[in-house]
Design a protein around this ligand. Structure first.
Ligand code: PLP
Length: 382
């Protein structure tokens, strides 16, 4: 069995797991306990992890707020501005129709609270246009929220340009960097965002932990507020006992990513080249969804003419794990809203699958499994 659904979640890096086990076994305190050495030891672990996240992004460690993952970070980024919006009347949000549900559902909830949301659509290349952002930002715009990389297509969005454009505007800029964090490391250091969301489990870290980054330097507007009532952990942005071992796992994953991201990207790119060669050699009708020039080196979203993705996933289930969209939407089959937004015909959407891998994926294993998948496609056509 070959796992080819890394955009959904990644296997935990064993080195990260080892670090976490050390913490689980040896660190017993609550990181916010100030009365004994057990608390001090836990705090040391948490603060080391905070520095590791900050180093990867080239930001200050006091700009890192641990959360349970990108869903929570996205929720805080948007809902944490409600008070400010109510005070100022700035109740317009600009986002895109291809965001993760954690943004889209939050926006829907905010619409019910009197917010107006502009959902920008990508072209059929999968990309949002900077010009479209420019055309929609108004005096009462509170925040622009755009994902760095789309989880279904792997298409990189022009967040660098959007950040530059918004720099002198009284508008927050949030990026959902869940799919690029730890991968597009140099790019993320350049982007001028106010807030950034991410999850550890997309880069070999554990599930259930992530961070919201709140840039102080860029903060031209009042700070975001937490959305839960509780203790003062994470300065109230995210109350609740900090999960020390999980946070340590996130930090370790960041440390490895800092050292290895260049070779990781190269390995992914090489694997993609090999898969594309196999695809071309097989003589089957296919199209790649999204502009390959802007696509992540670890993702292919591919349309096979006349082969339903549901049938293909069923036929390949015994030897590989692929998907036809976001895991969050896979309980009931609905055509991918991301591909729908790109204006692709329904037949193309229903016949598209996503294949995603990581730097530690075994090239030969993935190649063999992909060739087997392509043979299945060929046989299904007959
Ligand atoms: N944003 C994007 C772009 C994602 O791909 C994901 C996960 O698939 C999330 C947010 C949510 O992350 P989590 O489920 O870890 O909260």
């Amino acid at each position: 069995m070959v796992y080819l659904d890394f955009n959904s979640t990644t296997p935990i890096d064993e080195r990260v797991l080892d670090e976490m086990m050390k913490v689980y076994k040896n660190v017993v305190g609550n990181a916010d306990s100030r009365t004994h050495i057990f608390g001090d030891e836990a705090r040391l672990v948490v603060e080391k992890a905070r520095s590791e996240v900050a180093n990867l992004l080239n930001i200050n460690k006091d700009e890192v707020f641990f959360t349970s993952g990108a869903t929570e970070s996205n929720n805080i980024a948007l809902q944490g501005l409600i008070d400010y919006a109510n005070k100022t009347g700035k109740k317009h949000i600009v986002t895109t129709s291809i965001e993760h549900k954690a943004i889209l559902e939050t926006c829907k909830a905010l619409e019910k609270k009197g917010f107006e949301v502009s959902y920008l659509k990508p072209g059929n290349d999968g990309r949002i246009l900077l010009n479209d952002v420019k055309m929609h930002v108004r005096d009462d715009t509170l925040i622009v929220s755009v994902m760095h990389v789309n989880n279904e297509t792997g298409i990189i969005q022009p967040v660098q340009e959007i950040g530059d454009y918004l720099l002198d505007k009284e508008v927050y800029f949030h990026i959902d960097a869940t799919q690029s964090f730890g991968k597009l490391v140099d790019e993320l250091k350049q982007i001028k965002y106010d807030m950034l969301s991410m999850s550890a489990h997309k880069i070999g870290g554990p599930q259930g932990v992530g961070a919201l980054i709140l840039r102080k330097k860029r903060y031209k507007l009042p700070p975001v507020k937490g959305i839960m009532y509780g203790g003062q952990q994470e300065h109230g942005i995210r109350p609740g006992t900090i999960p020390v071992a999980l946070v340590n796992g996130l930090g370790s994953a960041c440390s490895f990513a800092s050292l290895e991201y260049k070779t990781n990207i190269e390995k992914c790119r090489n694997l993609k080249r090999v898969l594309m060669e196999e695809l071309e050699a097989m003589e089957i009708d296919y199209e790649i969804n999204g502009d390959p020039e802007y696509c992540m080196p670890n993702t292919i979203n591919i349309y096979f003419d006349g082969i339903s993705s549901e049938a293909l996933m069923l036929s390949t289930k015994q030897y590989c794990g692929i998907s036809n969209g976001s895991a969050c939407n896979s309980k009931s089959y609905k055509p991918s809203y991301v591909l729908v937004s790109m204006g692709l015909p329904i037949e193309r959407i229903e016949n598209s699958v996503r294949i995603s891998w990581g730097a530690n994926s075994d090239l030969n294993e993935v190649r063999n499994s992909f060739v087997q998948l392509l043979s299945t496609v060929k046989n299904m056509k007959i």
